[in-house]
Write a protein that binds this ligand. Structure first.
Ligand code: MG
Length: 385
């Protein structure tokens, strides 16, 4: 189980309905946008992570029959999350979700809003607990015009205008009553609640809590922060040492000299990761004066570095490295090196590239006396607090 339920001290039982019954058409995607990957996770995983971080586990994901199998696979590692089939309209889908999620306070959220924060979810719940509802909303940034039937344009008073988002949070019995009583089409849950005679309460939303709607919203780096790091290392070649590059032992009469296994490529990658995550470099973290690192397997150190990166709520989005060696020829080993490194880091092979070059006979590398490596990496902020 990837994510297990955690304790909370809330006085009322809270449930959540995540509406994922849409399609990807307006985004130009041939599949449901909640299945779209942004960085290392799908849109729906960002949402579920935020709800789990807000200690909500009574969660129903509403999806179409067509996407049920794929979404079931995705939520299997979230403890207790259930899936129900949506209807032909958003109203029917939300109703099906509500019926499957008995609780005191219910949070309704669009599966296509991946950047919702646990804080915003909690603010909405707190508002619903005290006032009956909590609707995430932000002040309109743009001036809104209304055009009447004869083309006359009127400017609306911007200070009175808000854009609603989700989460929209309600006392369960009230929103269920509103949905059961009213017929018609509604653009959000607050409208159903309002038309049933209740007065929705707005809560400060978040401008980064966008709903993925158009292809522009799919740009991975837009709302999620990226960090870039660079690392470099060089080691001397000598007889009597093993040659290990990227965790792969290479048959060669010479090997790299160092306190650890002297895996120059892994060292460059570790320094790139540490730099991007704002840690000291490997010389500080794993000093060559510490006998604990004598002969150390650099791949094991790399795994420790990745754990440190993840502890700062960052994930590895991509790595590119180049090894400079006059000899031996590295081309036959690159595939194995990529697989070994990506497996140690826990990313797909396609996110980690390694190339090799000579220095055209120049310098100590060209003389076959040393091997050097450069690496750059990109980390993405996972959004977890
Ligand atoms: Mg080194």
């Amino acid at each position: 189980m990837k994510y297990a339920a955690t304790e909370t001290s809330r006085p009322l039982a809270v449930g959540a309905v995540i509406v994922c019954a849409g399609k990807g058409e307006r985004c130009g995607l041939p599949y449901n946008k909640v299945l779209h990957r942004i960085g290392t996770k799908t849109t729906l995983e960002y949402v579920l992570d935020a709800f789990f971080d807000a200690h909500i586990h009574n969660i129903t994901v509403v999806t179409s029959e067509q996407d049920k199998a794929l979404i079931s696979e995705l939520v299997v590692c979230y403890d207790g999350v259930r899936i129900v089939t949506g209807g032909s309209t958003r109203k029917e889908s939300v109703c099906n979700g509500l019926i499957a999620t008995p609780c005191d306070i219910v949070v309704i959220h669009d599966g296509a809003r991946p950047y919702v924060s646990p804080d915003l979810i909690t603010r909405c719940i707190d508002s619903a607990t005290t006032t009956g509802s909590g609707i995430a909303a932000v002040k309109c940034v743009n001036t809104i015009k209304r055009i009447n039937e004869v083309g006359k344009v009127t400017s609306l008073q911007r200070s009175q205008l808000f854009e609603t988002q989700t989460p929209q949070t309600f006392r369960y019995k009230d929103i269920l009553d509103a949905y059961m009583r009213l017929d018609g089409e509604f653009t959000d849950d607050a409208e159903v609640y309002e038309k049933a005679g209740y007065n929705p309460v707005l809560v400060d939303g978040d401008y980064s809590n966008i709903k993925i709607t158009t292809p522009r919203d799919l740009l991975p780096a837009a709302p999620i922060g990226c960090r870039i790091g660079v690392g470099f290392d060089v080691h001397r070649l000598e007889k009597g040492r093993k040659l290990i590059l990227g965790g792969v032992k290479i048959d060669y009469p010479l090997g790299l000299v160092g306190h650890s296994d002297a895996d120059v490529l892994v060292h460059a990658i570790m320094d790139a990761l540490l730099s991007a995550a704002d840690y000291p470099d490997i010389g500080v973290l794993f000093p060559d004066t510490d006998d604990g690192y004598l002969g150390a397997n650099s791949i094991e150190l790399l795994k420790r570095v990745v754990a440190m990166v993840e502890a700062r709520n960052l994930s590895v989005a991509g790595i590119s490295a180049v090894v400079a060696a006059q000899r031996p020829k590295l081309a036959p080993h690159i595939k194995n090196i990529r697989e070994t490194l990506s497996s140690a880091i826990g990313i797909e092979d396609s996110r980690l590239n390694v190339s090799a070059t000579t220095t055209e006979g120049l310098g100590i590398i060209g003389a076959g006396e040393a091997i050097a490596a450069d690496a750059v990496c990109m980390l993405s902020e996972t959004g977890k607090k």
